[in-house]
Design a protein around this ligand. Structure first.
Ligand code: UDP
Length: 246
């Protein structure tokens, strides 16, 4: 396991490129090493400050990768240099290509029924030979029934797209019951993969402005998360850094 580095109350990884993490993913799969993989952005960091249980869940991740410009700058304040943005929406397709090539099957759990169905369709078209072992929407009452379905599917990799903090908590509390070797919390990935929601143009993504694009699409939901959330995040990261020194 790679050593994690402290950013305030959380411990995260500092892989520099998607390629570097993808190599480790394959290596772990080949060695049958189980892993829970989550992504940290400033919204998740803010939730963790108010929800100590979620903070612990994130710290139990085998890998916690950086998502977005906020966490990159916040990490820098704690002396951690991060190069590429490893957000799920860009990294998952790289991992799915590896799954297709190595015949590792995938289960999709999350989003509304028609969104996850469309996501499965589009992903099978995009990643030739990808075996999708099963799908289920993210609105259910009983963990047991879903876990039984996932395990019966024989999937090697489980993608859980139910938003923060629900998805990470689902994975964490069911770690020992879930048969897939790898469980990844993928946020809104199925919304994008199904093309239900458009992604920001490449240039905006390269300039780390995807958050601005998402805010233009969903101003009411994203305004608070982005503008107020970014301010809260930096205030907290700076405060934690200052108090750790005094
Ligand atoms: N979702 C779900 N079950 C729930 C609540 C949400 O499957 O009980 C799905 C929702 O349909 C959407 C995703 O979770 O596809 C949340 O996406 P969001 O962009 O909010 O993820 P975040 O950035 O919060 O991780």
């Amino acid at each position: 396991m790679h050593e994690k580095k402290q950013v305030g109350t959380l411990y995260m990884n500092d892989f520099q490129t998607k390629r570097e993490f993808a190599a480790l993913f394959s290596q772990n799969m080949n060695r049958h090493q189980p892993m829970n993989l989550y992504f940290l952005n400033d919204h998740g960091f803010n939730i963790a400050q108010k929800d100590p249980e979620y903070n612990e869940v994130l710290n139990r991740a085998d890998y916690l990768l950086n998502d977005g410009i906020g966490i990159k700058l916040g990490a820098k304040l704690w002396g951690i240099r991060l190069r590429e943005n490893l957000n799920g929406t860009d990294l998952i397709p790289v991992l799915l290509d590896q799954c297709a090539r190595n015949h590792w099957s995938v289960y999709l759990l999350g989003a509304a029924p028609k969104v996850v169905r469309a996501a499965a369709q589009k992903l099978s078209e995009k990643h030739t030979h990808l075996h999708i072992a099963g799908i289920h929407d993210g609105y259910f009452d009983s963990d047991e029934q879903i876990i039984a379905e996932i395990n019966q599917s024989g999937a090697d990799v489980l993608l859980v797209g139910m938003g923060m903090p629900l998805q990470e908590k689902f994975i964490d509390r069911n770690t020992h019951a879930l048969a897939p070797l790898v469980r990844i919390a993928v946020g809104g990935f199925f919304d994008f993969a199904s093309e239900t929601k458009p992604r920001a143009p490449k240039l905006m993504r390269r300039l780390n402005l995807e958050w601005l694009f998402r805010m233009a699409l969903e101003p009411q939901r994203m305004w608070k998360r982005n503008v107020v959330g970014h301010a809260q995040f930096f205030a907290k990261v700076l405060w934690l850094k200052w108090s750790s020194r005094h």
